[in-house]
Design a protein around this ligand. Sequence first.
Ligand code: NAD
Length: 264
Amino acid sequence: MPLADDLKRAAALLHAARRVVVVTGAGISTESGIPDFRSPGGLWSRHDPSQLTFNRFCASLETRKLYWEIATQAYPVMRDAEPNAAHEAVVAIERAGKLLALVTQNVDGLHQKAGSSPELTIEIHGSALGVRCIECGTDADREAVHRLVSDGDGAPTCDVCEGPLKPATISFGQAMPERETSSAFAAAASCDLMIVIGSSLVVYPAAALPEEAVRRGAALVIVNREPTGHDRLAEVVVHGSAGESMRRIADEAGLLASRRGFDG
Ligand code: NAD
């Protein structure tokens, strides 16, 4: 259960803020049924991340087959998932005119499904709802590739150049997308409040965003079930579920239609 005092302090910061950057990680989507990687039972308790790097994907057919096997199990779960109260709270921050940017490490598309504007949403780790050729960069249809792999094509290839197809996500060892990364850091440098929801803050460069925001004078709120790598930088750490905590923070700040919050 999040502490009432922490929720109130987080809500007061949100109420006063004018330029909010929200940073989200896998923990915002677990209540929508998408497991994170690091919790017990998550992907990294079943597979060694060093076996699934971008270099290995490029070099080894066996790795590509394993990668596609995992991606083919995960894709329908992401495609069919519904946003939860935390995604909706982020939409409420945007509708209140306070959102400078939403930076997500997630690849599940749930922010956009909840109603967050694509123009304000920066997907720094790409999207699992797309597929791209790693040789020529041509996009392929995710549903069609999903059907091919489900029907036994262990490592699908590009129709244009026959290069390996890969989900349009950023893997360990793969270059970060330049435009998205620089937009995310520019937003972090000019926000007055950063709210991080559901991230262990151990994956860089995403974990450097709160460092940059605090260095430039912004307040930091962290909402996470467990301690994170950056709790010491935060003005308020809310320990609790993302959905309930964010619903209560947005409500208390007067951003939900049901209640006026600080304005009475
Ligand atoms: P992470 O797995 O490192 O950390 C998730 C954090 O969220 C953990 O600290 C966990 O305690 C917390 N958490 C889990 N459920 C929660 C809940 N309901 N309420 C509050 N906190 C909760 O995730 P990360 O920091 O995003 O980094 C891992 C990488 O894996 C990222 O690149 C991410 O893109 C990717 N990933 C994405 C998805 C997705 O798109 N939904 C799912 C799994 C992994």
